[in-house]
Write a protein that binds this ligand. Structure first.
Ligand code: ADP
Ligand code: MG
Length: 264
């Protein structure tokens, strides 16, 4: 087995020596709401290595989305440090954060967030457009991403012509088009029935098997068990952090679930 070198050095060479892809150190987050101050994260410390598949669990209000927003560089900690692939994100300005988001991170949300009057292909192309790729490369990548999520035959469909599960798969393809190192998903199955939810987990397991780091928020234990590691938040702190035992293969689970007939 390769020796894992833990080093304090921050920089690209150190990263290649098996530093965690994500390092969160004693992070606190406050929201100021008029007179009141909400202490949403209360000293969170965690490392996540490349190739992990982590489920973030916890009751509503426990800080899951706040944590994901920090990991996703959508927000910054009030105190503490967040180091992403060797870069101390807590020190970056808005423009630098946006650049990191576009290059390294893919996002999937509960509410799909697709543009309504735009085809699957064009929805998936959008982040590649922001990354200034030319048309030919955009179409090539978007097509490949849609094929990866099993929607090669739905590229010209509009969101209203797709089922909820298909729309979420378009959103996953969109998250993948810039070839991120990390996929962040906040309650991606929150609006889906149980079979469709397992189909989404099948895609996440497949992407993770191919090397993508996946971090997923869910409050459903049945969904979290498809991950390799589960982290439970309570009152803004990590209360449990453990490996998932007897992780099921989503593709196998699907074989035993009744199929809802889908029309072409
Ligand atoms: P979860 O995703 O686990 O439901 P959140 O991270 O959304 O939890 O919220 C954690 C706490 O922070 C809650 O008390 C919530 O009300 C508060 N909170 C979240 N976002 C904001 C915000 N933008 N402004 C003020 N308070 C917020
Ligand atoms: Mg939330």
């Amino acid at each position: 087995m390769a020796t894992i070198i833990q080093t304090q050095t921050i920089g690209s060479t150190a990263v290649e020596c098996a530093q965690p892809i994500i390092r969160v150190e004693d992070v606190h987050k406050y929201y100021e709401l008029g007179e009141t101050r909400v202490h949403a994260l209360r000293g969170v410390t965690v490392d996540i290595a490349a190739g992990e598949f982590v489920a973030i669990m916890g009751a509503s209000g426990s800080g899951k989305s706040t944590f994901m927003n920090l990991l996703g560089c959508l927000d910054k900690p009030s105190s503490g440090r967040y180091v992403l692939e060797g870069t101390d994100v807590s020190k970056l300005d808005k423009k630098q954060l946006a650049a990191i988001r576009n290059r390294k991170l893919g996002f999937v949300f509960q509410g799909f967030n697709l543009l309504a009057r735009t085809t699957s292909l064009e929805n998936v192309e959008l982040p590649a457009l922001y990354a200034r790729l030319d048309k030919e490369e955009r179409v090539k990548r978007a097509t490949r991403a849609l094929e990866m999520v099993g929607l090669g035959d739905r590229m010209e469909h509009f969101p209203s012509q797709l089922s909820g599960g298909q729309q979420q798969r378009v959103a996953i393809a969109r998250a993948l088009v810039n070839q991120p190192a990390i996929l962040l998903a906040d309650e991606p199955t929150g609006n889906l029935d149980s079979r469709t939810s397992v189909e989404i987990m099948e895609i996440f397991q497949k992407l993770n098997d191919a090397g993508l780091t996946v971090i997923l928020v869910t409050h459903e234990p049945d969904i979290a068990r498809f991950a390799k590691r589960s982290i439970v938040f309570r009152d803004g702190k990590i209360r449990r952090d453990e490996l998932v035992n007897d992780r099921p293969d989503a593709a196998k689970v699907l074989e035993s679930m009744p199929r809802v007939e889908e029309e072409d």
